[in-house]
Design a binder for this molecule. Structure first.
Ligand SMILES: C[S@@+](CC[C@H](N)C(=O)[O-])C[C@H]1O[C@@H](n2cnc3c(N)ncnc32)[C@H](O)[C@@H]1O
Length: 215
């Protein structure tokens, strides 16, 4: 989790901000769930930015923080509400970068991913913060294996992926390497588990045939 202490706003690791800053400009269109120092960074870049936070007081704190430091917020749209309810109806067009750092409890990161990262253009960047938390880590593991994404960088805390196409998210599970190659609770990659199941079923069948023959 970030640090809300010394700045009076949330924050995360410098390296994450550096990656984001390197991809921003006055022509970029960006979106984040959650708010904090990242919002200040997006504002300072001068591009169009959407920031979704459920807390009006958080937005007010950020406004004051920016006012005190002469950071222009005119191209930042604050949407006060929960991202899972705001995002589906939000009209943002194609996005260049999406930072998901709002509610980290299951299934919120997945909802933010569907409605937020789903609006990234091909080549656009997804940044996930707080990979130490299970729901976010699951999403990061998906992006690592899915052919629709290219990993830019990943640490214990955060990661970034480039979207390879802007096609809608419609793939069924059989077309997702995440299913076949990923770790499944209780024992190794799904492929291995299928192998074990097949072996188990085979043993059962052989036992039944042998029992019938011995009658
Ligand atoms: C860790 S902080 C964000 C830090 C920020 N990205 C940064 O680097 O400065 C988490 C944020 O998520 C917000 N949040 C919590 N639940 C949310 C929800 N359902 N939708 C959107 N934001 C939410 C919190 O209000 C807080 O602003």
């Amino acid at each position: 989790m970030g640090d809300e202490g010394h700045l009076g706003v949330w924050s995360t690791e410098d390296a994450c901000y550096e990656l984001i800053a390197g991809r921003l400009g006055s022509g970029t269109r960006t979106l984040e769930t959650g708010a904090g120092l990242s919002t200040v960074l997006f504002a300072a870049s001068g591009g169009d930015h959407w920031c979704i936070t459920p807390f009006g007081d958080e937005m007010q704190r950020l406004r004051k923080y920016c006012r005190d430091r002469a950071v222009d917020l005119t191209r930042v749209r604050f949407e006060v509400g929960r991202s899972e309810t705001v995002l589906p109806g939000l009209d943002v067009g194609d996005l260049d970068l999406v930072l998901l750092d709002g509610n980290h409890g299951f299934p919120m990161p997945m909802i933010d991913f569907f409605y937020g990262a789903g609006r990234l253009r091909a080549g656009g960047t997804l940044v996930l913060d707080d990979l130490q938390l299970p729901a976010v880590r699951l999403l990061a593991d998906f992006c690592d294996l899915d052919p629709g994404w290219r990993r830019v960088t990943r640490s214990q805390k955060w990661g970034a992926w480039e979207r390879k196409s802007s096609s809608p998210f419609v793939a069924d599970h059989v077309d997702q390497p995440w299913l076949t190659d990923s770790w499944v609770p209780g024992g190794g990659p799904f492929k291995t588990q299928l192998g074990r199941l097949a072996a188990h079923a085979g043993r059962g069948l052989r036992r039944r045939v042998a029992a019938r023959r011995s009658r």
